[in-house]
Design a protein around this ligand. Structure first.
Ligand SMILES: NC(=O)C1=CN([C@@H]2O[C@H](COP(=O)(O)OP(=O)(O)OC[C@H]3O[C@@H](n4cnc5c(N)ncnc54)[C@H](O)[C@@H]3O)[C@@H](O)[C@H]2O)[C@@H](O)CC1
Ligand SMILES: [K+]
Length: 483
C-alpha cells in the first residue's frame, strides 16, 4: 500500500522524530536525498548551472543545503532569494561552497531549477513574488525539481488555487503527501521520489492510500477446487435501454472478464438482442415489465449504465435497490437516485460510481468545485449518502466513511472515451459479486480497469471494448508481479 499524509500529520511525525535527534538532522537527510536525485537527473554535475528558488521557510533551507552539496561537486549554483527572510545557515553553507545569490533572469539559463519556495508550511494561493517566479520557472527550458511538493499545490489536498510550479520530479521528504497523489497536485508533481528521513514509526494512520499490484493480487478472489459457477459469484446487470444498447454490452463484457462465475443480464428488448449476440456466456432475461423476480439468484447487481431515466427505469431501479444484495449504482441510475434519494434507503451495501457531473447532482454541488477539490467532495458524498463512493476522473478516488480514501494511480488519459465507465461498472460489480466489500471492489476495480486501459492503449487511442478485453491481462500482470 502506498500511503500518504496531510501536512499536519507530517508535522506531528516530524516533531516526534526531531525530539530524538540533534537539531538540523532531518534537513541534512532531506538535502542529501534531494541532491542525489538532482545529480541523477543531470547525469553530470560538474559545470552544470543550477538555480534555486528559495522561499522564507525550511523548504528553502532544503534547497540551499542541496545546492551546497551540488556546488561542492563542481556545479555553478545560484540562489534566487524570494522571501522576506532566508534560512541563514543554509545560505551561509551555499556561499561557503562557492554558490551565489542571483536574480530571476538566471532561471532561463539553468540546466536545472530547484523549487524551494514553499512546502508543507504553505497556506492558500502563492503570493507574489512566488507566483511570478513559479511561472518563470515553468517557462524556462530547464527541468524543475520540486522540494517536498510543487509550490502552489496544496500538500494536504492537491488543490491548486493559482500559479503552481510544474515539476519534472518532486522529491518528497519522509512520506508521500496526499496532494502528490490527487489531481491537480499529482499532475504538477511529475515523477515523485520519496526520501526516507526516518519518519516511519512516527506516522499515524494514513489520510489516503493507493493500492499496489501486490495489494490487488492479495485481495483478488481466486477459484479453488471446490468452486463452481454459483459459488464464484453471480452478478446481475440491469443496464441498457432501447437507446443505449452498447452500455449493456460493455458492462457485461467487463463483468465476464473480471472473474464472475456467471453474469445474468436483465433488460429490454433492444439491449437483450445485443447482449445475446455479443456474449453467449451471459444468461439473459428479457424484461417485459420492470421486475426482477424471475431473473434468478445473484450476489450483487450493477444498475444503471444506459438504463434511461423514465418511469420504467425508475421502477426497475427501485426493485434492484429493494433486493438484499450489494448494488453498484452507475450512470442513469445515479440520476434516478439524485431525483429520488429515497431509493438509497436500504440495509445492504451501495457503491456509487459517479463522475464529477453526476456527483454534482447527487450532493447539490458545482461540478467545477468538485473537480478542484475531489477529496473533500468524495468524502462529503460518502458521509451524506451513507454509501461507498467511487469518483471517476483523472485520479479516481474511493471514499467510505472512516476509512482512508483510496486513490487509483493506474489510469491513463486514453481512458477518457465513451463506454469505459460501463466497463468499470462491470469489473467492480463482478468483484462485488465475488464477495469483496464495496471499498475493496471499487478500489481493485479501478486499479484493474486503469491498468487494462494502459495495456490496451499502449500509447495510442483505445475503444472501451478493448479495455474489457485487456482486463484478464491486467489481472495476470498483478499476479505475475507478485508471484
Ligand atoms: N520540519 C522538518 O523537520 C523538516 C522540514 N523539511 C522541509 O521544511 C518544509 C516545511 O518548512 P516550513 O514549515 O518552514 O514551511 P515552508 O517552507 O513550506 O513555508 C513556510 C513559509 O512560506 C511562507 N508562505 C506560506 N504560504 C505562502 C504563500 N501562499 N505564498 C507565499 N509564501 C507563503 C510563510 O510565510 C513561511 O515563511 C517541508 O516542506 C520540507 O521541505 C525538511 O527539511 C525535512 C525536515
Ligand atoms: K516546493
Amino acid at each position: 500500500m502506498k500511503t500518504a499524509y496531510t501536512a499536519d500529520q507530517i508535522r506531528g511525525a516530524e516533531r516526534a522524530l526531531m525530539a530524538l535527534l540533534p537539531e538540523g538532522t532531518l534537513m541534512q537527510r532531506a538535502a542529501t536525498g534531494l541532491a542525489a536525485v538532482c545529480a541523477d537527473l543531470l547525469g553530470r554535475v560538474y559545470g552544470r548551472r543550477i538555480v534555486l528558488l528559495v522561499g522564507s521557510g525550511d523548504n528553502g533551507g532544503d534547497a540551499l543545503y542541496a545546492g551546497e552539496r551540488l556546488a561542492r561537486r563542481g556545479a555553478w549554483v545560484g540562489a534566487v532569494l524570494a522571501g522576506s527572510k532566508t534560512h541563514e545557515a543554509g545560505l551561509r553553507a551555499l556561499l561557503d561552497a562557492g554558490g551565489r545569490v542571483v536574480e530571476p533572469p538566471e532561471l532561463d539559463r539553468a540546466d536545472l531549477i530547484i523549487d524551494g519556495l514553499v512546502g508543507i508550511g504553505a497556506s492558500g494561493a502563492l503570493r507574489e513574488p512566488y507566483a511570478r517566479l513559479a511561472e518563470t520557472a515553468n517557462a524556462a527550458p530547464g527541468p524543475v525539481v520540486a522540494v517536498d511538493v510543487p509550490s502552489g499545490a496544496d500538500a494536504s489536498t492537491g488543490q491548486v488555487a493559482g500559479a503552481a510550479v510544474r515539476a519534472r520530479v518532486t522529491v518528497t521528504m519522509g512520506a508521500y503527501k496526499t496532494g502528490l497523489l490527487v489531481d491537480p497536485g499529482a499532475s504538477v508533481a511529475g515523477d515523485v521520489r520519496l526520501i526516507d528521513i526516518g519518519l516511519g514509526e512516527h506516522l499515524p494512520d494514513p489520510d489516503v492510500a493507493a493500492l499496489t499490484g501486490g495489494d490487488v493480487d492479495a485481495l483478488m478472489p481466486r477459484p479453488g477446487a471446490e468452486s463452481d459457477k454459483y459459488r464464484r459469484g453471480v452478478l446481475g446487470v440491469a443496464a441498457g435501454g432501447d437507446q443505449f444498447t452498447g452500455a449493456a454490452v460493455l458492462a457485461v463484457g467487463g463483468a465476464l472478464r473480471a472473474g464472475a462465475g456467471m453474469v445474468r443480464y436483465a433488460g429490454r428488448e433492444g439491449p437483450v438482442a445485443q447482449v445475446r449476440a455479443h456474449w453467449p456466456e451471459a444468461v439473459v432475461t428479457p424484461l417485459d415489465e420492470p421486475v426482477i423476480d424471475h431473473v434468478g439468484r445473484v450476489q450483487a447487481w450493477v444498475l444503471g449504465p444506459g438504463l434511461g431515466t423514465d418511469d420504467w427505469a425508475h421502477e426497475l431501479a427501485a426493485r434492484v435497490l429493494g433486493s438484499g444484495v450489494p448494488v453498484l449504482v452507475d450512470a442513469d441510475a445515479l440520476t434516478l437516485v439524485a431525483r429520488d434519494p429515497g431509493l438509497l434507503r436500504r440495509d445492504a451495501p451501495v457503491l456509487l460510481t459517479p463522475h464529477a457531473g453526476e456527483l454534482a447532482r447527487l450532493i447539490r454541488a458545482e461540478r467545477d468545485d468538485i473537480e478542484a477539490a475531489r477529496l473533500e467532495h468524495v468524502r462529503r458524498a460518502a458521509a451524506e449518502l451513507g454509501a461507498t463512493v467511487l469518483l471517476k476522473g483523472s485520479t479516481t478516488v474511493v471514499a467510505e466513511d472512516a476509512r482512508p480514501v483510496r486513490v487509483n494511480l493506474t489510469g491513463t488519459s486514453w481512458l477518457a472515451t465513451g463506454g469505459t465507465g460501463d466497463v468499470l461498472a462491470g469489473v467492480a460489480g463482478a468483484l462485488l459479486a465475488q464477495g469483496l466489500s464495496c471499498y475493496d471492489a471499487a478500489s481493485c476495480g479501478a486499479y484493474l480497469h486503469g491498468l487494462a486501459g494502459r495495456l490496451a492503449a499502449d500509447g495510442a487511442p483505445l475503444a472501451a471494448a478493448d479495455v474489457a478485453t485487456a482486463v484478464p491481462a491486467a489481472i495476470r500482470a498483478v499476479t505475475s508481479a507478485t508471484s
